[in-house]
Design a protein around this ligand. Structure first.
Ligand code: 13P
Length: 258
């Protein structure tokens, strides 16, 4: 049975002080959710504070991006070693905004995933289609992404990272993708992983959904068999709203798996 995972990526929405205040509220509010894998990706300048505030709570934390090299002449980048020194548990890789605005590719995400696995950081590997398209085309796109992103990953390693299915067209808008559509794509992702790494490896892998999740949609998505959790943006900026999402996700996920 895959344990529910709910995380947030607060992007560049808040300033430094507001992010610190948000993390303090998060630590105070989410202390009771020990049965859910929780994680928060905050701006890099807040990671030292994240260690002080979230370290020792059930909320894992990490950076929104990372370089694949161990060290070297990579101006502006962060290494896995630095993140480990700061106590990070997770790292976000290949978010749609990194791909769209900074040209990040699946090949780079693959190298970063390798680094995360070798460093003991739980990567949340984002993928998904850019625009709306026919479902057969989307499925093919996801297959191609998985083939590149998972190259060199050992089947035994699929419990050490998560996939986040985030169709770009559903991010930052009013409504999440429909539960039927999400389940279909998650099931397809899992089938594809089974083809690449074997059934047991695919069964172990957590696949979370991201894109305009709200308290209204959390339960509807988490009762689906192939949806192992949520990756939340704007709805997590209000910590009480985020807590509501986790509660609902947890309730429906437990009911579905009882
Ligand atoms: P929104 O929930 O704001 O659409 O963002 C989702 C996201 O990009 C998570 O990584």
């Amino acid at each position: 049975m895959r344990q529910l995972a709910v995380g947030t990526n607060i992007k560049m929405y808040l300033g430094y002080r507001d992010t610190v205040a948000w993390m303090e509220q998060l630590a105070g509010t989410l202390g009771g959710f020990r049965e859910v894998e929780l994680f928060a990706f905050v701006p890099a300048v807040c990671l030292v504070d994240a260690g002080r505030i979230l370290g020792g709570t059930p909320v894992g934390y990490g950076a929104q991006n990372m370089h694949w090299a161990e060290a070297g002449p990579y101006t502006g980048e962060l290494s896995a070693g630095m993140l480990k020194e700061l106590g990070c548990t997770h790292v976000e890789l290949g978010h749609m905004e990194r791909r769209r605005y900074f040209g990040e590719t699946d090949r780079e995400v693959n190298r970063k995933l390798r680094r995360a696995l070798d460093s003991g950081l739980r990567a949340v590997v984002c993928l998904g289609e850019e625009g709306r398209a026919a479902e057969t085309e989307v499925r093919r796109h996801l297959e191609r992404q998985l083939e590149v992103v998972l190259a060199g990953v050992d089947p035994a390693e699929t419990g050490d990272f998560l996939l986040a299915y985030e169709p770009a067209w559903a991010i930052g808008v009013d409504e999440a993708a429909s539960p039927g559509y999400v389940e279909e794509m998650h099931a397809h992702l899992r089938r594809t992983v089974a083809g690449l790494l074997g059934q047991a490896a695919a069964e172990r892998l957590k696949i979370v959904y991201g894109g305009s999740v709200t308290p209204d949609t959390a339960g509807k998505l988490c009762r689906l068999p192939d949806v192992d959790g949520l990756f939340v943006g704007r709805s997590a900026l209000d910590v009480e709203r985020f807590r509501g999402i986790i509660e609902d996700a947890s309730h429906w996920h437990n009911r579905a798996t009882d």
